[in-house]
Design a protein around this ligand. Structure first.
Ligand SMILES: Cc1cc2nc3c(=O)[nH]c(=O)nc-3n(C[C@H](O)[C@H](O)[C@H](O)COP(=O)(O)OP(=O)(O)OC[C@H]3O[C@@H](n4cnc5c(N)ncnc54)[C@H](O)[C@@H]3O)c2cc1C
Length: 480
């Protein structure tokens, strides 16, 4: 008899889990609360007709480098990665930009006095990206398959970005490194913040920081197409409020964060497990703005036009102060801003000659403060005249983000804080398993955490399959 599985939530991790289960021969239904699948990987007309904006994620280093996504026929289902000439630009007040080139040697050459140190830091992981990706995109293994590589990573990763940045002599390189580390949402003086700088930079050199032609939705549509070809079904506008409604399924995988799991799990979860979930900590929130623009952003540094992603925050010290303020529950006066300008490289997303921009800054979880002026001041600082290019804008406070996707609790884009405890035990020591047999959690609140890579969903589904006697035994393969 065919076994049946239900996946709650059609974000990238829910879809990844559904595909793994369908590949193993299960009949899979996905229940999605929103009218369109994709979660934080959707593209919508958020400002004016013809301007298509990525509501959540926009740039995909871990998507392009995900071992699971690489195993799927995404291109046959319409996905095309676009690589901007440079992975990232980091403009500075002198009117120039320090560039993260795709090619490690080019970056080495452009970083001058720090080129050799940058190369030495990144190269071991860049050259062994395939092995490295498999190690880091799963629960931290007790016995890694590549112990030397992982020992090297651990020695760096457990340090703060501040400590690792001391090996760079030029403030420009330190600024670039700070921007990469700020993806952690941690203070740059906290342990692990260096890990995120490395985890974001290595794929830039190994697989790029691409955007999908047509936007995030193209990736979601490709995942949905693969699932549908395997016989899986997605029911949109179908929020699940209680697992009691899903009694006919052999397996249930939840692309939900702990808070929602507590609510829908009800009696199925033990008191002890509910208590553990209740201790899960959410991270800082995002304040996001989508722009319809009459022209490309008028950067002082022309190099910024070569990169789909731009980090706005100035020096290491300034970015560190901005992130520290958020960690302390404050709002930075000069927030670190992450900006994407996809239409420079993908004209399909806006009317002819027009452009879009996507920008956000970090704010305390659940913040109600309007950061619009401060965010735009940061863009103007490096691109005077930016405001004159704005045809329309759409602002998302943390609460607005959560309304669009219930997993973005308090505006947390990563499914929970990525601090030391939750690096190892995410959301609990059980990782994907819960206290209920046949019930699993597969969202970004599980290892390896936030980002569009589908590996949380993939790993959870493999564990679930191993426990109902199908597929390979994840408890052996993952942890040994
Ligand atoms: C503003 C922003 C910018 C980001 N930028 C990037 C980026 O550039 N690159 C990158 O890699 N990552 C980025 N991320 C992070 C990335 O998008 C997330 O980590 C990723 O989408 C997590 O996938 P997920 O499947 O775990 O959850 P989600 O994508 O959040 O999907 C969860 C799904 O579950 C559904 N759901 C929730 N509750 C229920 C319920 N009760 N019943 C049914 N369905 C339910 C939701 O509607 C949603 O569709 C960004 C996120 C945001 C918000």
């Amino acid at each position: 008899m065919t076994r049946r599985a239900c996946v709650i939530g059609a974000g990238p991790n829910g879809l990844a889990a559904a595909i793994v289960l369908a590949q193993a021969g299960l009949q899979v239904d996905v229940c999605e609360a929103q009218p369109t699948p994709g979660g934080a990987a959707r593209t919508l007309e958020l400002t004016l007709p013809g301007f298509r904006h990525d509501f959540g994620s926009a740039v995909y280093p871990l998507g392009a480098g995900s071992p699971f996504f690489l195993s799927l026929p995404l291109a046959s289902h319409g996905l095309e990665w676009i690589h901007s000439p440079a992975a990232l630009a980091h403009p500075l007040d002198d009117g120039t930009a320090v560039m993260l080139e795709r090619d490690l040697v080019e970056t080495r050459n452009s970083l001058g006095v720090d080129g050799a140190a940058w190369d030495k830091l990144m190269r071991p992981f860049v050259e062994r990206w395939d092995e490295f990706a498999l190690e880091i995109l799963r629960p931290i293994p007790f016995v890694p398959k590549h112990p030397w590589l992982m020992a090297r990573f651990a020695a760096l990763a457990l340090q703060s970005a501040e400590a690792v940045a001391r090996r760079f002599r030029d403030p420009r390189t330190r600024a670039l490194f700070a921007g990469m580390a700020a993806h952690s949402f941690l203070g740059l003086d906290e342990p692990l913040s260096a890990a995120y700088a490395i985890l974001m930079t290595v794929p830039a050199h190994a697989v790029g920081w691409p955007i999908p032609r047509g936007g995030a939705q193209s990736l979601t549509d490709a995942l949905c197409g693969i699932l549908s070809a395997l016989g899986g079904r997605i029911n949109t506008s179908s929020p699940v409020t209680n697992l009691a409604a899903l009694e006919n399924y052999d397996l249930i995988l939840c692309d939900l964060t702990p808070r929602q799991l507590i609510t829908v799990g009800g009696e199925r979860l033990t008191d002890g497990y509910r208590r553990q979930l209740g201790k899960f900590r959410y991270g800082a929130g995002a304040f996001k703005v989508d722009y319809a623009l009459s022209a490309p952003i008028p950067w002082k540094a022309a190099d910024c036009l070569r990169a789909a992603t731009v980090h706005l925050g100035g020096s290491f010290e300034e970015i560190a102060a901005s992130e520290k303020a958020v960690r302390m529950g404050h709002h930075a006066d000069r927030p670190f801003v992450l900006l994407a300008q996809p239409t420079l490289f993908d004209s399909s997303r806006a009317p002819v000659g027009k452009h879009t921009a996507w920008a956000y800054c970090h704010v305390p979880n659940g913040s109600k403060v309007n950061m619009l002026d401060k965010l735009e001041d940061q863009i103007e600082r490096f691109a005077p005249g930016f405001r004159e290019c704005i045809l329309a804008r759409r602002v998302f406070s943390p609460a607005d983000l959560e309304r669009m996707d219930a997993n973005l609790v308090g505006g947390d884009v990563a499914g929970g804080a990525m601090d030391i405890r939750q690096f190892f035990f995410r959301p609990t020591w059980r990782h994907y398993a819960t206290s209920a047999p046949n019930l699993y959690i597969c969202s970004a609140s599980t290892p390896p955490g936030g980002g569009v890579h589908g590996m949380c969903g993939h790993n959870a589904a493999k564990m679930a399959l191993s426990r109902i006697g199908r597929g390979w035994n994840l408890s052996l393969s993952l942890w040994v």
